[in-house]
Design a binder for this molecule. Structure first.
Ligand code: ASP
Ligand code: MG
Length: 416
């Protein structure tokens, strides 16, 4: 017997037929003797609709009321799944975030989970084998008693947090792909599903553009040692052996991966913007004057490149922000022009970012140099480069992104 969390995303609960399919997946595990907590997203498209309603009601609205509205999508699917489970003879009940409770910070719209109480779920496992169907994406702020949400894609994080709280053996993320791939198969048809990937690598992949999991869920999994298994929800539930090894990708500790590769995957994003601040004074406090206001505006900065000045007087600073934040970032900087003291602001949204990830890079030299050669041969110009221990990122023209990804995917032997 195992204790499992099963998480189903929006496409897996998109209508009543799919919810019935989910119920059969759950029944399979229950029949096999497992204790099961299910976490569900809202029906696909629902959260977007709720967000649009809030905006339509008032462009500038109270984030607490936004949460009251957008949390409702998950309430619907948890109730419907509990009804459906009962209908096929599985003892189940739904739980809202506040009922467990799942305590969060009060950062409405992007709250962080502080504590999850799984006692009642576990008590009911023991007492009556009851399946818990928990609404993902939502929690409650203890002091104010108000409903909170965890940011888009947050039900992954709900699932991993609940898995940690009830000490589940595994957190299964059922989704519309059957695992994590070396890169997006829509760009590289030869992309392969990974059997295993280390938490750290997954963290990079998720942060750098792969949309399989919310980044925060991977962080939580790493901290609490939750085994996360990404698998398909579209396989016929009865065809799966609950004691066998289904196809999917296990996100786990580095030590649990026997077959190590230097490069594990390639992430990319075409939704990037480059901003260059020209001729800033080369003196203490300048970077703080640039990035402080951007942080205050909650704009996420990724690649940052600053050169050592030639004359000791001024230098250029280049960085990237999400494409959607380009206008806002530019206007924040223009407002701070006096304080920063720059000459000119250059920028474009016509850039793409390609990142090569692998823990093997820690112990192998020359991995990035190979990429520079291959891209040069393909005639692709590199605008900026950043590196860390287990990845490097390249900023290139947006139009070259796909071709760069394909070139690097085969360069590092991921096609095979
Ligand atoms: N329904 C929420 C969203 O669309 C949460 C989730 O699906 O994970 O962002
Ligand atoms: Mg998702």
């Amino acid at each position: 017997m195992a204790r499992l969390v099963m998480k189903f995303g929006g496409t897996s609960v998109a209508d009543l037929d799919r919810i019935r399919n989910v119920a059969r997946h759950v029944k399979r595990e229950v029949d096999a003797g497992h204790e099961v907590a299910v976490v569900v997203s809202a029906m696909s498209g629902k959260t977007n609709e709720l967000v649009a309603w809030c905006r339509g009601a008032a462009a500038l609205h109270d984030a607490r009321e936004y949460d009251a509205v957008v949390a409702s999508g998950e309430q619907v699917t948890s109730g419907l799944l509990a009804i459906t489970l009962e209908g096929i003879g599985v003892n189940a009940r739904s739980w809202q975030g506040w009922q467990l409770p799942i305590h969060t910070s009060d950062a409405h719209g992007a709250a962080r989970i502080l504590a999850v109480n799984g006692d009642e779920i576990v008590r009911r496992f023991k007492e009556s084998k009851q399946v818990a169907v928990v609404s993902g994406f939502q929690g409650i702020h203890k002091e104010t008693g108000r409903i909170t949400t965890l940011g888009r894609g947050g039900s992954d994080t709900s699932a991993v947090a609940i898995a940690a709280a009830i000490q589940a053996d595994r957190c299964d993320i059922y989704t519309d792909v059957d695992g994590v791939y070396t890169t997006d198969p829509r760009v590289v048809p030869k992309a392969r599903r990974l059997d295993k990937i280390a938490f750290e690598e997954m963290l990079e992949l998720a942060s750098l553009g792969a949309k399989v999991l919310q980044v925060r869920s991977v962080e939580l999994g790493m901290v609490y040692g939750v085994k996360i298994f990404v698998r398909s929800s579209f396989d016929a539930p009865e065809d799966i052996d609950p004691h066998g090894e289904p196809p999917g990708t296990l996100i786990c500790n580095e030590e649990d991966i026997v077959e190590q590769h230097v490069v594990t995957g390639i992430a990319f994003s075409k939704d990037e913007a480059q901003i260059s601040v020209r001729h800033v004074p080369d003196k203490p406090g300048v970077a703080a004057a640039i990035f402080g206001p951007l942080a205050e505006a909650s704009i996420n900065v990724d690649m940052i490149v600053q050169n050592v000045s030639a004359d000791g007087a001024t230098t250029d600073l280049t960085f990237t922000v999400p494409g959607a934040d380009y206008e806002r970032a530019s206007s924040v900087l223009k407002k701070a022009k006096e304080r920063i003291g720059f000459d000119r602001l250059d920028g474009t949204t016509d850039v793409g970012k390609v990142s090569v990830i692998g823990i093997g890079m820690r112990s192998h030299a020359g991995v990035a140099a190979q990429a520079f050669r291959a891209l040069a041969d393909a005639g692709i110009n590199i605008r900026a480069i950043t590196t860390s221990e287990i990845k490097f990122s390249l900023l290139i023209d947006a139009a070259s992104t796909d071709s760069a990804v394909r070139t690097l995917h085969s360069l590092y032997g991921l096609d095979k």
